[in-house]
Design a binder for this molecule. Structure first.
Ligand SMILES: [Zn+2]
Length: 430
């Protein structure tokens, strides 16, 4: 029997266990926000991974955004060292999930298994990937007990809200420094035969237009901030959106539409605050003196963030030149630079060869339209040798009736185990 056959047999023997593990993880509702049950899921993973011979550490991101005694940001890092020195391969999964939302036909936290699929919030994004990486590591340990180097598995908080109480916190404290970790695989749901090299950049900003309050029956006595914002949007429609659609990246971003620069108007608020749905009174007549808009600009590796900012300033200044009384503020909310691992990086090659071997076809290389925790591993940890690879269909993430396929998880686990075998072979000295 080849090592590959033995790994496959070990993984196949764990099919029921993989299903149960995934179901158990889904049944711990780790909703973020607000960040519920992080301790519970870390305790569960702690028991599981100690049982597999890992030493574990639970780390609370004290003082990180969102961390409080009510909603503590717990993370777990587990490590199993081999018989000899070698590289460390780290699987990083986020433990948080987004709200269930409307439209479910099954219990979002029930972990239902039906027709080879496990359903639930977080099934594909990314508790299925976490479970697959654990089973891959356990199967590898059973097959190659005398491996060189180390395997790490982490479960980290808050990826869905920026990762500051999770991977960023750990990276700042050296957990991802290249002297202790050499290869990182993030099992996000990028589809089982694709390797995700990185992601586009993000620039979020809040634009505020100014007006002057007056009685709504005499709007000419005031100045309407919402109309000013309307002029900003009109300028964007006329020139900015068409210009963004012209920009195209060489990054292999999927889906195809995200190969262009994009801008989303995330929210807009002007005038009196919204009342609750059960409020039955009428609004009072006022000219809005303030309007705020949050924009979400996704940019390409070929673009400079200063350019991205300058484009928005140009929109606002163009409006100012043509519109009496126009005044605005702009404030940056968040920025993430694009990141992309080289195709010839060692972890890319190992996973690509494993995909080829399991699926008998070449791996596809993709880049994610949105960001994930690779940004912190790259920018804070300074660790470039990082990819996302995991089971699950990206388009199902955050949707109702999210699911992950059992067969997909088993195949992804085979890929991960084969990659471990290549990266932790005896002659791979650090
Ligand atoms: Zn995710």
């Amino acid at each position: 029997m080849t090592i590959e056959d033995r790994l496959q047999a070990e993984i196949e023997a764990r099919r029921d266990d993989l299903v149960r593990l995934t179901q158990d993880l889904i049944r711990i509702p780790t909703l973020n926000p607000p960040g519920e049950n992080y301790r519970e899921i870390c305790d569960y993973l702690d028991t599981r991974l100690r049982g597999a011979g890992f030493t574990t550490e639970l780390i609370r991101a004290m003082g990180a955004p969102g961390d409080s005694d009510r909603y503590p940001r717990w993370n777990i890092v587990a490590r199993r060292s081999g018989a000899r020195a070698g590289h460390c391969v780290h699987f990083n999964s986020h433990i948080d999930v987004v709200e269930a939302g409307q439209g479910w036909t099954v219990d979002p936290f029930g972990g239902l298994l039906r027709d080879g699929r496990i359903y639930g919030r977080g099934a594909c994004d990314m508790k299925g990937g976490l479970a697959a990486s654990i089973v891959a590591a356990e199967a590898f340990l059973a097959t190659v007990p005398d491996f060189a180097g180390a395997i790490e598995i982490s479960g980290t908080a808050d990826e869905e809200s920026g990762g500051f109480g999770g991977v960023a916190y750990l990276a700042e404290r050296g957990w991802f420094s290249p002297d202790r970790v050499q290869h990182v695989i993030i099992p996000e749901p990028l589809n089982k035969d694709r390797i995700c090299l990185g992601h586009r950049g993000v620039w979020w900003a809040e634009i505020e237009t100014k007006g002057e309050i007056a009685h709504g029956s005499m709007p000419f006595l005031g100045d309407c901030a919402v109309r000013h914002m309307g002029a900003v949007i009109a300028e964007m429609e006329a020139r900015l959106f068409p210009a963004l659609a012209q920009k195209r990246t060489e990054m292999p971003v999927v889906p195809e539409g995200a190969r262009h620069s994009t801008l989303n108007i995330n929210s807009i608020h002007g005038g009196a605050a919204d009342q609750p749905d059960d409020y039955t009174g009428l609004p009072s007549p006022c000219v809005p003196d303030r309007c705020r808009m949050v924009i979400d600009r996704r940019f390409l590796i070929e673009e400079d963030i200063a350019e991205v900012e300058a484009e928005i300033h140009e929109v606002l200044e163009t409006v100012r030149r043509g519109r009496p009384g126009f005044d605005y503020d702009i404030r940056e909310l968040h920025r993430v630079l694009p990141t992309m691992t080289d195709r010839d990086a060692p972890v890319v090659g190992a996973v690509a060869r494993a995909v080829q071997s399991v699926f008998d076809r070449e791996a596809a290389y993709v880049v994610s339209p949105g960001t994930y925790d690779q940004k912190h591993i790259d920018r804070i940890g300074r660790l470039k040798n990082c990819i996302a690879y995991g089971p699950g269909i990206l388009d199902l993430a955050h949707k109702p009736d999210e699911w992950v396929g059992v067969e997909d998880m088993l195949q992804a686990a085979r890929v991960m185990a084969l990659a471990l075998h290549e990266l932790l072979s005896a002659d791979n000295r650090p």
